[in-house]
Design a protein around this ligand. Structure first.
Ligand SMILES: Nc1ncnc2c1ncn2[C@@H]1O[C@H](COP(=O)(O)OP(=O)(O)O)[C@@H](O)[C@H]1O
Ligand SMILES: [Mg+2]
Length: 250
């Protein structure tokens, strides 16, 4: 279990995270959902160990890791812009994290992961020659080969659309369930959050607005922010589809 206790963070005198308390169980997929600027990426980076919090603590599997370095925490992230190494090909990117620790994953597991993500025909390609969806899968593979204890994903679908978005969404869901991997996904898209995760953390202006299952959020939104901002976005989508096609089952 990962437990966040009373986490606070300011940037330049502005409160970005205000008393965040949260418990995430092993194997759970949790989405952090909120508008742009609400503090999602900051919270993800604090969990990763990249950004220091002002106060609060983080407990992981019973151990206080508040002052543990990013490396020793053993979590890993896929950044929003993927941050692939442009001078390395797809394969070299994927195995980069094994340089200093080649024992993390064996050849069979590596091949299995590459096949699962459908990357076997793209391994020798330069990063420039990959599509958005392929880059995302390379970034995902590069992170997964390190066998992170927690997988952090910052807006993993935001650069994708249509069928590719749906495919990657399902891959992420399948792979995290397959490995029973605790996963935290940052997104500003209610539909993504509600369809990808076991639990949704709704965050507004650095505060937790609601934490619950997608069903709870939809059926029992805790406050007006959730009703107006989150659910109305879904309603707009539904209405647009209704107006185009009439009765449907979205
Ligand atoms: N390194 C930083 N220095 C100063 N302000 C920052 C920094 N990182 C984030 N912020 C500010 O903190 C707030 C929350 O940012 P962020 O966590 O990136 O939000 P989100 O991911 O929800 O869009 C924003 O107002 C942003 O401008
Ligand atoms: Mg962000």
């Amino acid at each position: 279990m990962l437990e966040l206790k009373n986490i606070k963070k300011q940037f330049d005198g502005n409160i970005v995270l205000d008393d965040i308390n949260l418990k995430i169980q092993k194997g759970e997929i949790v989405s952090m959902l909120g508008p742009s600027g609400s503090g999602k990426t900051t919270l993800l980076n604090i969990i990763l160990g990249l950004t220091q919090m002002d106060s609060g603590s983080i407990i992981f599997e019973g151990e206080d890791i508040t002052n543990t370095s990013m490396k020793d925490r053993g979590f890993n992230i896929v950044f929003q812009d993927y941050a692939l190494f442009p001078n390395l090909n797809a394969y070299q990117n994927i195995v980069y994290g094994l340089k200093n620790n080649s024992k993390l994953i064996n050849k069979e597991e590596l091949d299995g992961l590459i096949n699962f993500l459908g990357l076997e025909d793209h391994l020798k390609k330069s990063i420039y020659k990959l599509s958005g969806g392929q880059k995302q899968r390379v970034a995902l593979a590069r992170t997964l080969v390190t066998k992170p204890k927690i997988l952090l994903l910052d807006e993993p679908l935001s650069a994708l659309d249509g069928v590719i978005k749906e495919t990657i969404k399902n891959k992420i869901k399948d792979i995290t369930k397959k490995y029973n991997l605790t996963t935290i996904i940052v997104t500003h898209d209610p539909e993504e959050a509600l369809t990808m995760s076991d639990k949704v953390l709704i965050i507004n202006k650095g505060r937790i607005s609601q934490f619950g299952t997608p069903k709870e959020v939809i059926n029992k939104p805790k406050n007006n922010f959730i009703k107006e901002f989150i659910l109305s976005q879904l309603q707009i989508k539904r209405n647009n589809i209704y107006s185009l096609f009439g009765e449907c089952y979205v």
